[in-house]
Design a protein around this ligand. Sequence first.
Ligand code: NAD
Length: 482
Amino acid sequence: MSKTTKVTVAHGDGIGPEIMDATLRILDAAGANLEYDRIEIGEKVYKSGYETGISPESWEKIRDNKYFLKAPITTPQGGGFKSLNVTIRKSLGLFSNVRPCRTYPPYVPSNFPHMDIVIVRENEEDLYAGIEHQQTNEVVQTLKLISRPGSEKIIRYAFEYARAYGRKKVTCMTKDNIMKHADGLFHSVFKEVAKEYPEIEADHWIIDIGSAVVANRPESLDVVVTLNLYGDIISDIAAEVAGSVGLGGSANVGMDHAMFEAIHGSAPDIAGKNIANPSGLLNGAIMMLVQLGKADVAERIQNAWLKTLEDGIHTGEIYRANRSKERVGTREFADAVIARLGECPLKLKAVKYKEGVTIDVKLSEPVQKEKSLCGVDVYIDWADEGRNADVFGKAIESIDNDNLELKVISNRGVLVYPGGMKETFKSDHWRCRFSAKEGKTVNNGDVLNLMSAVNEKGFDFIKMDNLYNFDGERGYSLSQGE
Ligand code: NAD
């Protein structure tokens, strides 16, 4: 028997308690030999006064035990409640969200019988930093932050995963035709890292057409690596296309900790009725067993689960009168899996996990480029004079600075001065780009002097971004039309 391992377990909200009971019964019956350190998280905890949805004692257990099996929770709407899922992933450095999505033809209906993809989603960065500000009456900003080490970690993880599990191709998806710096960084790191894995094919799709490929030609994909938001969206598309959101498991993996869950939510519409499919959480738990070095138990459970599907024992959302044999509830489905422990599927491909698979990610040495200040973008809230860009532009141009001069003004990214078009819509949010005068160098002191002068002229500045070159290469985007 494998050694006893303590893992943290949370039963969550909605269908969480039902699917967790079913999953733990199967793990115990299969001899997983786990000790459960139970914690309460989610709706009740939010409502008892913890805006994060978790108490400090529960945090300690998660940190001590390192492995966490979590049922879905409900985040209450409004009221400043933060998503506990995002908080846990980021606080514990769970940088990689791995979501396998495959089909089980003909037992679970899907248009794509050979689909078998793994989405590796970056889990800590991107718009999920949740840094948002209302800056003017009309404009709200969300910051998208992408780092080189964050990109390298997840991209290496995807290639290491492909190598460890015998996958043939890694596809990167970004929107670097528009976000040339943020998504461009991710894509360029992908190209660098791919060279170190010559045996694995590497390609890239722009995310919009890439999502269409996930929806329409998923059989052409193998491992997909992408940024946080795109990964969030395409993994739900992939799960749905594979047949049901109720089937997919998900691993959130960091250097020291890992959290395993179903990809679906707490499904309050079907809670307490014994009709939810426990397979998503069970598949998450199977990924946990593999990572805990209990590959034999993982294999035993997954093969029994495949045999259950194959025998036509189905929960309501995948039950079809013409292909299923028996429509069962959550508890009965778990009983059916337990009854088949030790059996393998006859038509679906049985799984075989290698023992001792570890995925090690080592980052390359950071390269220090020379950073030089070359200008500043000053954002101003202005809605006077019928928002006439020429009136505004001339007033801003008259601001005096020894080393910086106005270059262009844009509004929501489009050039409006000098030489803008009168048709362009103008919000109350103006970006004034100042660059170093010919032959001058600039420093932060020049920026401070400029900001004072903007203030003295009576303009309401709302933020500024310094403009830098790195090793002489422009580190900022141009305005549309600049
Ligand atoms: P959901 O995934 O809970 O439900 C979407 C639909 O799929 C519903 O019709 C539901 O009945 C069905 N469904 C989901 N899981 C199923 C299962 N196991 N078996 C059968 N049918 C299943 O998504 P939602 O309704 O958008 O969200 C409900 C709540 O879940 C929200 O509060 C949301 O914040 C939360 N949520 C939590 C997590 C998480 O904890 N990881 C993830 C997503 C959503």
